[in-house]
Design a protein. Structure first.
Length: 265
């Protein structure tokens, strides 16, 4: 049995890990409200002025719109391709099935710089002009994996007897999907989509190799972080990205319940 000191030690260790992860994020969030354009501690004053300045910066707004478009399109592709792949791997037995599953998971395990360089080389070789679609393809390589993992995990926790019972009771394929499969998979798809969007929204390594002259929000941050005059705006944009990442991840964690069914009143 665990002793009291073991539980205390584990709790302290968990707290230290959380602080290690969150203290830098909290500090950058505090700097977003810094009245001075010089980062110093303690904060000399508080203001929301830099939020207005960043919002009225046309480069920031265009970068934000591009990041949102890329994230939404890449997530849409990931939901379709990832769920289809999960269904295929779960329901059918065929030669090389495990190898196919491994190949689907490999892109998220590879360093982003490898994926980015490979896609960049392919675009140059195939003479594909850089556009929003080249970025979307790059982001889809890892967004598909997120959706695939979520859907496959849910399918493996769902008894096949539910589908068989539905068919035995006279339901056709569409009715079985609508009343049996979809309620079970709905939260897995929503959670996978939210996580995929969060990953796409703050991706920079793959984007650097697939964007050409375009700037997503993370690329804008990287290009302006060394310019002291723009540092307050960079802090605001970083704070915004942190919030935009936390929200979908939190929602995904809350709705992805063990039953996989959205609660209804």
């Amino acid at each position: 049995m665990e002793t009291r000191w073991t539980r205390v030690g584990l709790a302290v260790w968990a707290l230290l890990v959380v602080l290690f992860l969150w203290i830098p994020l909290v500090i950058i969030g505090v700097y977003a409200f810094n009245a001075s354009n010089i980062q110093s501690w303690p904060i000399p004053g508080w203001t929301t002025h830099w939020f207005s300045v960043a919002w009225h910066n046309p480069d920031v707004r265009s970068s934000l719109m591009l990041s949102l478009k890329v994230g939404l399109i890449a997530t849409s592709f990931a939901l379709v391709l990832g769920s289809m792949a999960a269904f295929a791997i779960h329901r059918f037995r065929f030669f090389g099935r495990e190898s196919v599953s491994f190949l689907l998971l490999l892109p998220i395990a590879l360093p982003g710089i490898i994926t980015g360089m490979a896609l960049n080389s392919f675009y140059v070789f195939a003479k594909v002009p850089f556009s929003i679609w080249t970025i979307v393809i790059g982001h889809a390589t890892f967004c598909v994996v997120v959706v695939y993992n979520n859907v496959l995990a849910r399918l493996r926790r769902t008894s096949s007897s539910l589908v068989e019972a539905s068919m035995d009771l006279g339901a056709d394929g569409w009715q079985t999907f609508r009343f049996v499969v979809w309620p079970v998979l709905s939260t897995a798809l929503v959670a996978g989509g939210l996580l995929a969007f969060a990953l796409s929204f703050d991706e920079i390594v793959v984007t650097t190799f697939t964007a050409g002259a375009q700037n997503t929000l993370p690329i804008w941050i990287f290009g302006n972080i060394q310019r002291g005059v723009d540092l307050p705006q960079v802090n605001v944009v970083v704070f915004f990205i942190i919030v935009m990442t936390i929200i979908p991840v939190t929602i995904a964690q809350r709705i992805a319940r063990d039953t996989g069914i959205l609660r209804r009143r």
